[in-house]
Design a binder for this molecule. Structure first.
Ligand code: HEM
Length: 197
């Protein structure tokens, strides 16, 4: 039951955006407004997933009532990637699907960083299924999924390079994200390396 409510809540932004598109006035550049909203929501979903991963990593005993968070991690990961696809699609819509959109991706630093992060997250989303885990063997799969650190670094750059973005808000969100990432590294990955040396 809680699991279904959680899944539904995660779909609410999408439902709200659909409502905005059909029943509200999104101003002169609706693609831009929705692009910003999608980028922000994708970031929060990635952050929530990293938070759950952190709690698992430090072997925190998640209370029974919150177990649905563990059961829905894959759903959350795939959904954040779907929202990112929407974010990128809206970028192309903002550029009227013209070739300059590609030129900018190859030349503007914030878009280069965002696109590299997107490609890494695409690889992680594609391999987030039981078949891939079996094929790659768990050790290789875990190593591959550590690229999430690189992706986090790249999308942090993407966001911080956007001049008009709310840097106080995103500074706090990304600061929290990096405290989580560094703590996770210190608590989980580092001790294992020391014992295997
Ligand atoms: C992991 C990948 C990415 C994440 C987490 C992400 C997230 C974000 C966030 C949070 C914003 C700020 C929204 C705001 O102003 O409130 C943003 C803006 C933007 N992103 Fe991304 N993004 C990613 C990848 C991409 C990619 C691949 C593209 C295009 C190819 C892209 C294009 C844009 C554009 C055009 C803006 C608005 C820039 C402006 O207003 O000047 N993003 N993104």
């Amino acid at each position: 039951m809680l699991s279904n409510i959680f899944r539904f809540l995660l779909l609410l932004p999408g439902i709200y955006w659909t409502y905005l598109v059909f029943f509200s006035n999104l101003g002169a550049d609706p693609a831009k407004i929705l692009n910003h909203k999608a980028g922000e929501v994708a970031l929060y979903y990635i952050l929530l997933n990293l938070l759950i991963g952190f709690l698992i990593g430090i072997k925190f005993r998640i209370p029974g009532g919150l177990r649905f968070l563990l059961q829905n991690r894959r759903y959350l990961g795939v959904l954040s990637f779907v929202v990112l696809i929407f974010h990128v699609f809206l970028y192309f819509a903002m550029e009227s699907f013209e070739s300059q959109a590609i030129e900018q991706i190859l030349t503007k630093n914030y878009l280069i960083a965002g696109s590299l992060a997107f490609l890494i997250l695409a690889a992680l989303a594609i391999t987030s299924n039981n078949f891939s885990v079996r094929r790659l063997k768990i050790k290789v799969w875990k190593r591959l999924h550590r690229f999430v650190y690189l992706a986090s670094f790249l999308f942090s750059i993407h966001i911080l390079l956007i001049e008009k973005a709310d840097l106080v808000k995103y500074g706090i969100v990304l600061g929290f994200l990096w405290v989580l990432q560094v703590s996770r590294f210190i608590f989980t990955i580092w001790p294992k390396k020391e014992t295997s040396e």
